[in-house]
Design a protein around this ligand. Structure first.
Ligand code: ABU
Length: 500
């Protein structure tokens, strides 16, 4: 046609094949150009605009939804602009989040997954993906150290949901009547987690009707590890108060410090008090792939459930998060509702593969194919090398910080994970004595540097306060594209933006 094609000219339109192919060819060019730029150090990590600027529309990029269809050319421009104003989380100088990097095979897997556009609830609509999930879960359980008779699990939307599953399952394990009778049938339940653990444990207690006030926050040492003696005394106190402790979350790789709780000591306490031990290894689970670093998770095999996010340290595209459960059958017993329109028991195949009824969702995205494909491409050893490299970068940063008088480490010992926490000390604060005034001013340094960094767009790093520590930077490495030169660049960038 003379006119510019519209979406009505694409498949399923009669003779829509050529237009569809042309459209996709153009789209692939846009995506490939973005992928290549993401790895280029000369390109920006982000092209920052404030929400009101983006909302108002920039250079023809409008978020408003039209009544009349836009043509395909305009849609391609919209696709290009969407990427242009986003953040290149695969850039070697993106240090902002635990999930970073752009794994090419993983991306191919995600593209295929979207193309298949199916649902993980039944074998009849996802035969291959359901079996892939089984294979991946088995492999991960083996790596955790569970026997062949043990182990179940499911991929779900993120670490918070995985942790929610763990609390749900623990409660059901001890009080199966909760499924039908609700919380009124139960005594006052108490769960335990460390001061440095992820906020999702409290959120789970709130969501599940247990109440966030019934989460006991156990003290940590200076390094952010749970103190086992504190855990034990908190359990005893809760029992003395007539409450019923049932669950302990230990963290393998805390969000900010990257600390590993002492799993064996915590498992001993859980065993002696008959409590469910969950290990939140959302961040630290990836270290199980490394022969050098898996020792940091010693004792994880004693957990009753484990959260492990391959979209963090293993570099799988978002989202890819597993909840692994030691006791087989518990997921199903806890969550099954037997909807007859979906989970018919008289199907002509083995319906134990209709895994959807084990989950708290109905429809479920296919999160497994990209990980399965990455595993094929790298092998377990490839993941191990990737993890080792990220931890080498962390050590490089730690060494550099130790050598520089303009930076101060938040904790002085070598990082256990790839988290390195530090302050930049501007010249005006260098000779100030420690105290509230110095803290007040230091608290303002990291946000100001980050704001300038985002405006310039050449790197990105996160900051936060924690406990009695004022705002400090947290640098994390999970992107295998990052090299030591990027680490050096980051420090120079911070020093130049923060110098006063
Ligand atoms: N717990 C989700 C990851 C948070 C982060 O990237 O810092």
């Amino acid at each position: 046609p003379d006119r510019v094609p519209l979406c009505l000219d694409l498949l399923p339109a009669l003779s829509g094949e050529d237009t569809t192919k042309d459209f996709f060819q153009e789209l692939v060019n846009i995506l490939l150009s973005y992928v290549c730029k993401s790895f280029r150090r000369s390109s920006k990590v982000l092209d920052f605009h404030h929400p009101h600027q983006l909302r108002e529309g920039l250079e023809g990029f409008s978020l408003e939804l039209p009544d009349q269809p836009e043509n395909l050319e305009q849609l391609l421009v919209d696709c290009r602009d969407t990427l242009k104003y986003g953040v290149k989380t695969g850039h070697p100088r993106f240090f902002n989040q635990l999930s970073s990097g752009l794994d090419v095979i993983g991306l191919a897997g995600e593209w295929l997954t979207s193309t298949a556009n199916t649902n993980m609830f039944t074998y009849e609509v996802s035969p291959v993906f359901i079996l892939m999930e089984e294979v991946l879960l088995r492999k991960m359980q083996e790596i955790v150290g569970w026997s062949e008779e043990e182990g179940d699990g499911v991929f779900c939307p993120g670490g918070t949901m995985s942790n929610l599953y763990s609390v749900l399952l623990a409660r059901y394990h001890f009080f199966p009547e909760v499924k039908t009778k609700g919380m009124t049938a139960l005594p006052r339940l108490i769960l335990f987690t460390s001061a440095h653990s992820h906020y999702s444990v409290k959120k789970s207690a709130a969501v599940l009707g247990i109440g966030s006030e019934n989460v006991v926050v156990v003290k940590c040492n200076d390094r952010g590890k749970m103190i086992p003696a504190e855990l034990e005394s908190s359990i005893i106190t809760a029992k003395d108060q007539g409450c019923v402790p049932f669950y302990v979350n230990a963290t393998a790789g805390t969000t900010v410090y990257g600390a590993f709780d002492p799993l064996n000591a915590i498992a001993d306490i859980c065993e002696s008090h008959g409590l469910w031990l969950h290990v939140d290894a959302a961040w630290g689970g990836g270290l199980l792939m490394s022969n050098l670093h898996r020792v940091k998770l010693q004792g994880i095999e004693r957990a009753w459930s484990v959260t492990w996010n391959p979209h963090k340290m293993m570099g799988a595209p978002l989202q890819c998060s597993a909840i692994l459960v030691k006791k087989r059958g518990l997921l199903k017993d806890c969550n099954q509702m037997c909807a007859e329109y979906l989970f018919q028991t008289d199907k002509h195949y083995d319906t134990s593969y209709d895994t959807g009824d084990k989950t708290i969702q109905c429809g479920r995205h296919v999160d497994v194919f990209k990980l399965w494909l990455m595993w094929k491409a790298k092998g377990s050893e490839g993941f191990g090398s990737q993890v080792n490299k990220c931890l080498e970068n962390a050590e490089h940063l730690f060494d550099k910080l130790n050598q520089r008088p303009d930076f101060e480490l938040v904790f002085k010992s070598k990082p256990e994970h790839s988290n390195v926490c530090f302050w930049y000390i501007p010249p005006s604060l260098r000779n100030m004595p420690p105290g509230p005034e110095r803290n007040r001013r230091l608290h303002e340094v990291a946000p100001k540097i980050k704001a300038k960094m985002m405006e310039q767009g050449m790197a990105m790093i996160g900051y936060q306060p924690l406990g009695d520590k004022v705002n400090f930077f947290r640098c994390v490495f999970s992107n295998p594209a990052t090299q030591t030169e990027d680490v050096d660049y980051l420090l120079e960038e911070i020093a130049s933006l923060g110098h006063d």
